[in-house]
Design a protein. Structure first.
Lengths: 60, 575
């Protein structure tokens, strides 16, 4: 089920290690980051870390 | 209930440069509009919300659009905002919007299609819009029915009047050309209780009459769907808005009327009707349709196709289609991720979002505010785990609290440098005040150097109250009520034919008399005959005569003007 979003067209995802708001609403956060990244890799995706930065068009 | 827009026409950029309207107060504001309510709410909460949006922000938005819109989807931008009945920044409405338009020209390719909306002006003011380079004009008439116009848009009725409003629309058509005058009405508001039509038939008949009136003269109105805003009088009374049947029949009536008069959709707009909606969310991660993957933009699915997918499509087919859409903008085998931590430096928030179980209102139990050390520890902890944190979650607090909370973070971040990059890592810039408030913070933080700013700078432009007309101030002189200062200047200016509503004259006439200043002196003024006998003498002579008369009536003695005696000083200035 974890791969559902990628199968249905998503291309980018966040791996939060803390989000008090959603945690208070009942969500649990899995801190096994490598385990999480193994899922898209197993589906054949090339997984890249997306740096948080301004888009190139704005940086110039 | 969510009210979705009936039509999203083409690619339009709306730039609200004046976030309040000078049709101000319960007796002037349009019943469906919350622009002033928004402004009042923000000011009440102490948020840094300005009536006049800085031109720099407008330019920034246009620059971003210009750079990202590789598909050249943006065909026009609209400068909009509240009506200006007096001045903003000392500028009349046409000059205010025109100045924004002039400065924004260099930032956008679509400058030739700039628009201005909101208020109807007389022909010579319309010409000024044209002279500023504005090519399309939106004189919104809001609602067609005469009775409803006066009730729903009392300010427009009071200042201009419905018939005059319509007449000026035709005047504008002579300046811009009928195709380029696009008056807007608010679709559905004519059914708003307690004043609106009871049935859809009545509402459609009335609105169609208005469409026919304008379209028969070559002017193509447009409409925006009435979305009941909870802070407006009509929104409070009509939370569900107009029924769906109304909107469907309005589309039919609009299309039929346009065809009857041989009119095409107005410039910048597409064909109205179900399935013709075009949304502008085509830019993902800086990529426009037609780029990435080499796949070009395809048309959106229709209603029937969507229904078939919803009811019959298998999961595998949905996956295949979704991947196909994904491949239009992104490499098919590439997925990106980001390790992040949402740092809530406080749970105190005043927004009171319905879905949020996290917030605590100010002064309630359970609220917390993290210290700088705690926040930086969380950042360091994340950096130790992987990469960089992404977001500093800001909640809505009163401005003073936000300043106190955010200021030390920024200054501290500058000093530490690394967290500074972290805090700015998110694409969303967090705007922070420039100087710390309070002696404690000043001691602990290094304030950035103050820059000398020229007149007319951004700080002045952020003054939120400049856009509002001030009350007419009165003084009483010899029993006559006079306006003074800025109000007097405004009255004199409004006495020319640029004044649409004669507001100041009306206000001056209806206002209570100001109390007489220096009442004790006014009781001992010279007799009226004495004053009138001054005739056409000079002001000094009249004053001297009045002073002599007053001294004679009160038995005062003559003293030198330079005396420190109260009597003497008073006698020298009898008025």
């Amino acid at each position: 089920m974890r791969s559902a979003r990628l199968d249905y067209g998503a291309d980018d995802f966040d791996l939060p290690i803390e989000d008090e708001v959603t945690q208070k609403a009942g969500a649990t956060i899995d801190l096994d980051l490598e385990g999480l990244l193994a899922i898209p890799r197993a589906l054949g995706y090339r997984v890249e870390y997306r740096r948080a930065e301004r888009p190139a068009a704005l940086a110039s | 209930m969510e009210t979705a827009p009936t039509i999203q026409w083409g690619y339009l950029i709306y730039l609200t440069v004046l976030r309040l309207c000078q049709y101000f107060g319960a007796h002037e504001e349009c019943g469906f509009c919350d622009i002033n309510h928004n402004w009042r709410q923000h000011k009440k909460e102490g948020r840094p919300y300005t009536g006049v949006k800085p031109v720099e922000d407008v330019l920034e938005a246009l620059t971003i659009i210009d750079r990202y819109d590789d598909a050249r989807a943006s065909k026009a931008y609209t400068l909009t905002g509240g009506s200006v009945t007096s001045t903003v920044d000392g500028l009349a409405e046409a000059d205010f919007y025109g100045a924004t338009r002039r400065r924004s020209r260099s930032a956008s390719r679509s400058a030739g299609s700039a628009r201005s909306s909101r208020r109807r002006c007389r022909a010579r003011d319309v010409q000024r819009y044209k002279d500023y380079g504005i090519t399309i004009y939106h004189p919104n008439y809001e609602v067609w029915d005469k009775r409803l116009f006066s009730l729903i848009s009392p300010g427009k009725e009071r200042y201009v009047g419905r018939e005059e409003w319509h007449r000026r629309i035709f005047d504008a058509a002579e300046v811009f050309g009928a195709r380029y005058v696009i008056p807007n009405f608010v679709a559905g508001v004519e059914m708003a209780k307690p004043f609106g039509f009871e049935t859809v038939d009545e509402a459609i008949a009335s609105t169609t009459e208005g469409l026919d009136y304008f379209m028969s003269r070559g002017i193509t109105p447009r409409f925006t769907t009435w979305c009941p805003e909870p802070t407006t009088p009509l929104g409070r009374d009509n939370p569900d808005g107009a029924p769906l049947e109304y909107h469907i029949r309005l589309l039919e009536a609009y299309r039929d009327t346009a065809e009857k008069h041989g009119l095409k959709p107005p410039p910048g707009y597409g064909v109205a009707g179900a399935g013709n909606a075009v949304f502008s969310g085509q830019l993902l991660h800086g990529r426009a349709p037609g780029r990435g993957g080499g796949a070009g933009m395809t048309s959106r699915i229709g209603v029937d196709e969507a229904r078939a997918l919803w009811e019959d499509a298998s999961d595998e087919e949905l996956k295949r289609l979704a991947q196909g859409v994904r491949a239009r903008w992104h490499q098919p085998d590439r997925a990106t991720y980001m390790v992040m931590r949402i740092i809530n430096y406080t749970n105190v928030c005043v927004a009171q979002c319905d879905y949020c179980a996290f917030y605590v209102l100010p002064n309630q139990d359970g609220g917390y505010v993290l210290s700088r050390e705690d926040v930086f520890a969380k950042i360091d902890e994340l950096v130790g785990v992987r990469r960089r944190p992404r977001r500093l979650q800001r909640r809505l607090q009163p401005a003073a609290a936000a300043r106190l909370l955010l200021r030390p973070l920024r200054v501290g971040a500058r000093a530490l440098r690394r967290p500074g990059r972290v805090l700015r890592a998110d694409d969303r810039r967090v705007r922070l005040p420039r100087r710390p408030r309070g002696p404690e913070l000043r001691r602990r933080c290094r304030a950035p150097p103050r820059r000398r700013r020229p007149l007319g700078d951004r700080r002045r432009q952020r003054d939120p109250d400049r856009g509002l007309p001030g009350p007419a101030r009165q003084v009483e002189v010899h029993g006559r009520r006079l306006l003074r200062g800025a109000a007097r200047d405004r009255r004199e200016r409004d006495e020319d034919d640029r004044d649409d509503g004669d507001r100041l004259r009306r206000d001056a006439g209806g206002a209570p008399r100001a109390p007489a200043a220096r009442r004790a002196i006014s009781r001992t003024r010279p007799a009226a005959s004495s004053r009138s006998s001054a005739g056409r003498t000079s002001r000094t002579e009249r004053r001297s005569a009045a002073a002599r008369s007053w001294r004679a009536s009160t038995g005062g003695t003559s003293r030198s003007r330079g005396s420190s005696s109260t009597t003497s000083r008073t006698s020298a200035r009898p008025f």
